[in-house]
Write a protein that binds this ligand. Sequence first.
Ligand SMILES: *Cc1c(COP(=O)(O)O)cnc(C)c1O
Length: 426
Amino acid sequence: MERPPSVDRLARSLSDSGLPAPMLVEVARAAVETARSSGGDAATIATGLAHTRRRRLLTPVVNGTGVLLHTNLGRAPLAASVAPTATNLELDLETGERGSRQAGLADLVRAATGAERGLIVNNCAGAVLLVLAALAANRGVAVSRGELVEIGGGFRIPDVMRQSGARLVEVGTTNRTRLADYRAVIDDDLALIMKIHQSNYRIEGFTEAVPSADLAGQGVPLVVDLGSGLLDERCPWLDGPPPHWLRDEPGARQTLDRGADLVIFSGDKLLGGPQAGVIAGRADLVEACARHPLARALRPGVHVIAAFTETLLTLLDGRGTDLPFWRMATTGTDELARRAGAMVDELGGSIAVVDTAATPGGGTLPDVEIPSIGLLIRGDVRAALRAADHPVIARASGDDTIIDLRTVHPDDDELVVAALRTARAR
Ligand SMILES: *Cc1c(COP(=O)(O)O)cnc(C)c1O
């Protein structure tokens, strides 16, 4: 198709927008069209459109929200980068034959959780689907009515159950479920008992639930969807004790020790790694999952395997705070206050250092607050901070704005100062 010279000229004038030439032509054409139909200056429209398109591409931002695992910001921050090189992804370096992309990572999952075997898929939702399809198709799965959850993004347990071909066997009531309720539905057709962690909600008041330890050994395999993926309640990857706010969170290792046959969890929540789902536990059950055709459809790519390998090596080496998530989770408020003071000194003016409450986020630990320190800026300057060259995502506090320093990596303090300078200049 012939392009009018005006479109070509306009596209060329946008060449420093950071977009590739074919997109610039599309932007220029749309701008000329809009200017013709609705009026306005095509060049101005095109510049705005190119800017919007550029910022829609994946780009680094500073998380100043105080939400450690912010869903909109990709949950646990990326810690690893992958070198542009070939890998032994599916090559056994001993034999020279084709190997398994899962084998090395499975060794690390075993070391971290004590599981007999582990399997990695693309996310925890995929792991739940695979377990149900592989172990319970055309059979029953007992779940407490108090645990029929919806995770963010429309992942509803009853819907996943239907997709997998398993039959949901509801047990107990919304607020109270007892061991006898589970026992009453155990028969030859029941394939699994499934316990689902109440990740993002709490039921309070007149409640009763059965701990996973009591559901083990009922003659039916027990699968626990832990969601958040705390590997070990003792947090052996930290120098000090586990953070106080994790005290009620079940660990994968402890859940297996208490008798679960399988645990399922996310890689990018409390584990602090890339988006992934882990299935770990009894070797025969994990093997059945690995052999199911869905396992091929849900298998992770080399970037995920590389990042997950690095994450688990870091944790197993006892260097947990080298991971951005665990660093945020454990930094003392005195250190945050020191950084805040230095930033205010640099900026001067009306910015105040305030006590704040950060939250774990990511659909975990809904009623937990983590003491933190933030910068308080008068007025709502969130849009101006997002507009900075390196966007800073802040949160509103009444009519004002807070940048919570617990979720800001210390190396990014300069970026926050720069964004605040830009915002002030607007
Ligand atoms: C978060 C969560 C999931 C879904 O995990 P994704 O990694 O987002 O797919 C499933 N089950 C529970 C209990 C969760 O908390």
